[in-house]
Design a protein around this ligand. Sequence first.
Ligand SMILES: Cc1cc2nc3c(=O)[nH]c(=O)nc-3n(C[C@H](O)[C@H](O)[C@H](O)COP(=O)(O)O)c2cc1C
Length: 311
Amino acid sequence: MILAPMQGLTEVLFRRTYHRHFPMAFDYAVSPFLSLTHGNLSDAYKKIDDVLPEENHNSMAVVPQILGKEPEEFIVLANRLYEFGYTEVNWNLGCPMRKVAAKHRGSGLLPYPNEVDHILATIVPQLKPQLSVKVRLGLTSRDEIFRLIPILNNYPLKSVTIHPRLGRQQYSGHVDLDTFEQTLPLIKHPIIYNGDICTLEQYQTLVKRFPNLHDIMIGRGTLYCPTLPVEIRKGHHLDPDEKKLSTTSFLADLVRTIDEELPSDEAKLRKTKEYWCLLGRSLNITEQQARTVLHATTLNDVQQLISNFIQ
Ligand SMILES: Cc1cc2nc3c(=O)[nH]c(=O)nc-3n(C[C@H](O)[C@H](O)[C@H](O)COP(=O)(O)O)c2cc1C
């Protein structure tokens, strides 16, 4: 089981704290993307701390992800990551953000299989780490994945992760499991499924329908219910008291770690509220309690309120 990359949420601070509480939950995480925007490496290096080995010590294993379409910079960055000890890097072909996709990055590359082919043909022979890719079904049409598959099959990819939505859907609507099913016999690489697994039952239904998947990647479900991966591992729900205790102690530790590690009060306040909105869901927090935290203006008040509400 793999923790999905989520920019702003699953950086190393989260991964390390999560791993302290649930060490057996995930086999590894894919990192939020390092971007090659502007065709140089400065944006990527701004975020490189997230995958520095010393930062990831005592954390879950991680596969760094790269977003971009510049072969030369991709090779430099991927081979630098290999020197850090990473034997795999992941290429983001799924990011749906409009300004990203408009520049043929992320899901914006999916309608252009020739461009993907050119990039793979250039980078693959020169990459020291193995390459995996994370894709959607297309940017605007599911036909795109079917034109892309023969290209992907020509290269020695470690795996293909599929989030079966279109880029233009962002996160709305449903995952398209029927189209996902049609892609399975066509792809010769190990396939990882990703998308909308937020309960044990959803996981069980999915693996029953697709018993031959190589792996499953879970993103938002982990934030809505941090014990979900543990329940999936065990194959049954946790006792409600145990679930509450695990979640509250994880949230309390996350709030403490944010306070210790983030550089400014403003960043601490923003991050604490962000995680509160997501993690509070599984703690039977009332609307009123949720809002009270969001309206608080000092870090101290936010921390105090959270601590009171999760008693
Ligand atoms: C806030 C946010 C940030 C994301 N950042 C990334 C990213 O950096 N790289 C990536 O490949 N996918 C990113 N995703 C997509 C997730 O990895 C995942 O594909 C998507 O959330 C669907 O899976 P889920 O339903 O299990 O969350 C992001 C999603 C969200 C909600």
